[in-house]
Write a new protein. Sequence first.
Length: 194
Amino acid sequence: MDINQFDNFCLELNEFCKNNQSQEKENVSDEKAFEALCYVSLISLKQQGDYLLFLSSINLLNSYIKQKDSKISYNFKNNIGIFLDNLIINTNINELSFGYDKTDKKCLIFDFNNIQFSFHHISTSKCANNIDIPINKVWDGIRKQICSVSLFDLCKENKILFSNKTYRGKDLTLKVDRFLENYKKGLCDFNIKF
């Protein structure tokens, strides 16, 4: 039952993104980017909802870094190597496949249920496993960065097939909320070590 609900949720997300292609690109606030960085850095990748939140967080950070006032470097993309390692180890995530775009071999594409995420210039040198990435994907043409904030918020609100655990087994949402509160108080910044 949950997997069917999750499939439908992903289909709705893709339709949402498709319907927002003509909109102006959403501005990503520093606070929202910090929150996404917390999710990327802390999440335990066990279930489909975890993978979806991770990909939408990376997508948001990828949009944020292109803004003039961005406070991060491209180092956040190193987490994709950890993501790939988890994907290979976690064999129950059959709905997620990856490969380089057939026409743009620098573009790594993740096909996940009914939604696709793509990222340029991803290094697999941070992967523990020797990963042979096929060149077998075709980009769907739907730019997720246009609506990255809304997409991230929708994925964050999802509870279907979502473990809500940090890599240390703690409550993920609670942990991220604490980091975010400290960020708002000026007690930490983007240089924080998770």
